[in-house]
Design a protein around this ligand. Sequence first.
Ligand code: 5GP
Length: 133
Amino acid sequence: MANAYAYDDKNIFARILRGEIPNDTVTETDHTLAFNDIYPQAPIHVLVIPKGAYVCADDFYANASEAELVDFARTVARITADLGIQPGQGGQGYRTLSNAGEVAVQEVPHYHLHILSGRPLGRMLQKAEDVRG
Ligand code: 5GP
C-alpha cells in the first residue's frame, strides 16, 4: 500500500527520539519508546511511540514491519503489567487511546498511544453537544 502521509520530522516526538529534547522514559526497546506525558491527564499517563516515522494509527498499522508491530504491542502489554494495572491480574484497569487527525484533535503528528489510569476515567467519549472546539 502506498504511504500517503508526509512525515514532519520537526514534530516534538521526532525531536525526543533524536535526543534533542529530554523525556521521562518508562521503557525503551529497539522499535518502541514509552515516556510519561508532560501534561498528565491522570496519575498514570504514559505515551508509547514507535521509533519509526509514522504519523498516526492507520499509517503505523498499515505500513510498519511485523517486528515493529509486535514490539509495540508487547511493549504496551509489558508496561501495563509493570504498572500493575491489568484488570486480569487484579489491577484497576486502564484506557488506551490514540488521536488521529483533525476531529480527534491530534496535537503531535507522530503516532502515539496514550495509556491512562490511576483514577476513574469516566465514559469513553463526551456527548457531541458537550464538545467545544
Ligand atoms: P495528542 O493530542 O497528539 O493525542 O497528544 C499529544 C500528547 O503529547 C499530549 O498529551 C501532550 O501533553 C504530550 N506532549 C506534548 N509535548 C510533549 C513533550 O515535549 N514531552 C512529553 N513527554 N509529552 C508531550
